[in-house]
Design a protein around this ligand. Sequence first.
Ligand code: PLP
Length: 367
Amino acid sequence: MEEVPLARPVLGEPEERAVLEVLRSGQLSLGPRLGEFERRFAARLGVPHASAVSSGTAGLHLALRAVGVGPGDEVVTSPFSFVASANAPIYEGARPVFADIDPRTLNLDPDAARAAITDRTAAILPVHIFGYPADLPAFEAMGLPIVEDACEALGAIHADGVPVGGRGHPAVFAFYANKQLTTGEGGLVATADAAHKERIDSERNQGRAPDMGWLDHDRLGFNYRLTDIACAIGLAQLDRLDDMLAARARVAGWYRELLADVEGLELPCPDTGGDVRGWFVFVVQLPRGVDRDATVRALRERGVQSKPYLPAIHLMSFYRERFGHRPGEFPVCEDVAARSLALPFFPALTEGQAERVAEALRAVLRR
Ligand SMILES: Cc1ncc(COP(=O)(O)O)c(C=O)c1O
């Protein structure tokens, strides 16, 4: 029987047509698809501006620069994230200062974040992990610049009805192939601030101002451009985004029912208090004492891919060596990171496949 993969993008004729049109137009970068993609994405979030960039990581880097993070600064953020959110401040000579997470939502805990603020804190970088909205009102009350890592959270909605990424802080999305919307590689910064948009547009393009002559540069920049080919794929994906998000939510609903009564297994927290998750992955926490590596191997023998997701960033060797982190600093994060396992999750996953995955997990955990 064919293996159930972890992730698989929805791509088809609309994306093929969109790419061909760009190829035939000859304008492969900085063409009309770029602005069109940005405008449609921003409109969806209800913010005035968006800047498409080459990856979520590039977006985080430029967004931190835009809010003024620089050498010697501290950025308070979550240790339970993909490593890029912690790496981005380091690119600017700043230090990521971790604070523990909320055991229910797995997002940065506002009380812990508040306690981590010092007079060197230049920004807070909450991550909407696994698509669950971080508690932005609590972070906003702290009065510091905010950069949101919304790379996993397209389609999520805050309790007050504002889409994640639509609050006006620079909010960064990512479009790698496992994401809710893919352009192959890609990212985007949404913002309400025209000055942020102007700076990010310039810095993604080697520091050129839009109205400057060819090869005149008035500031340091990077090549973080997103091609028109990628933007065209993104536009085709935007057309089907609502369907893809609904399909992901349907798959999550099947898993939730199929796995509800597995003893000791913790499922992603249900939407609470008006928050709506934008489904990205289905990550369970294995019962305490279960050998996760052996579980992954046994699932694979049953034709089911799975992956430990995510490791605690502060315990990665680079972070231990560079910043002296040790086990025990962020106990909630460490406990969750040691037990979490991503199951196959993508819009086209069938109910039959979900049943196979659930049955395999039950069988492996019974052993
Ligand atoms: C939480 C989080 N932050 C940042 C990124 C970085 O995005 P990219 O891989 O597009 O650079 C990702 C994507 O994997 C992510 O999941």
